[in-house]
Design a protein around this ligand. Structure first.
Ligand code: AMP
Length: 217
């Protein structure tokens, strides 16, 4: 299974990515983690991107695309989970071109949906226990702003391609994880061996409410 994840900062993308990658036995490629690792090791690349990360700004496309290309080449022929890329429409288009060449285009673009108030609450809590350089309140606001400005619009594109799956990520992480895995398993069974089936975007955010759970605003 080849997946990518689109979610605002604080939606639980990293947590769910680990669960999904483990479940399907596929490599988890997290651009934020790879970049932070370069910064921590003080590599040349790390020094060139540190300021962007500290300010919550996006690093230049070439840097990220080069990293992702290498990861897709390494995973070629199997599944992969991309976490943190694409972040802009330009990245989405470039990634699609790279993936087409490697026959690694995504089967699913997984979108985690969470309200802004909840995102800020979670990010401030994370700031207390992880001391990430980009978890101060003004940087958090900037990262959210950027998300809506340049990342969120990509969802429409994946919707049109019929690979978008949206889940409600307001609930506790283990419940969100179970819903994601259940949905992905069903899709995998339907698409395995039948990759050319016509596809449509799937919105699972109403599932909880349909079964009596409290709805997220
Ligand atoms: P994340 O861990 O995904 O929240 O990413 C942390 C930071 O890494 C972001 O705020 C950006 O500075 C940088 N970053 C990660 N992925 C990308 C990307 N695809 N494009 C540009 N910058 C990125």
């Amino acid at each position: 299974m080849k997946l990518l994840m689109i979610a605002p900062p604080g939606a639980g993308k990293g947590t769910q990515a680990v669960v999904i990658a483990k479940h399907f036995g596929i490599p988890h490629v997290a651009t934020g983690d790879l970049l932070r690792d370069h910064v921590a090791r003080d590599t040349e690349l790390g020094r060139s991107v540190k300021q962007y990360l500290d300010r919550g700004e996006l690093v230049p496309d070439e840097v990220v695309l080069e990293m992702v290309k290498g990861a897709l080449e390494a995973a070629q022929g199997g599944g992969v989970l991309l976490d943190g890329v694409p972040r802009t429409m330009d990245q989405a288009r470039a990634l699609y071109e790279i993936a087409l060449e490697l026959d690694m285009t995504a089967d699913v673009a997984l979108h985690l949906q969470v309200t802004d108030d909840e995102l800020v609450r979670r990010l401030l809590a994370r700031a207390e226990d992880q001391a990430r350089s980009d978890d101060s309140e003004d940087v958090i606001r900037r990262r959210l702003e950027l998300y809506y400005e340049v990342t969120h619009p990509i969802l429409e594109w994946y919707g049109e391609r019929g690979i978008l799956v949206t889940v409600d990520a307001m609930r506790p992480a283990d419940q969100v994880g179970r819903q994601i895995l259940t949905a992905l398993e069903v899709m995998k069974q339907m698409t395995d061996g039948n990759p050319d089936l016509p596809r449509r975007a799937v919105d699972l955010t109403g599932l909880g409410a349909a079964f009596g759970a409290a709805t997220s605003p």
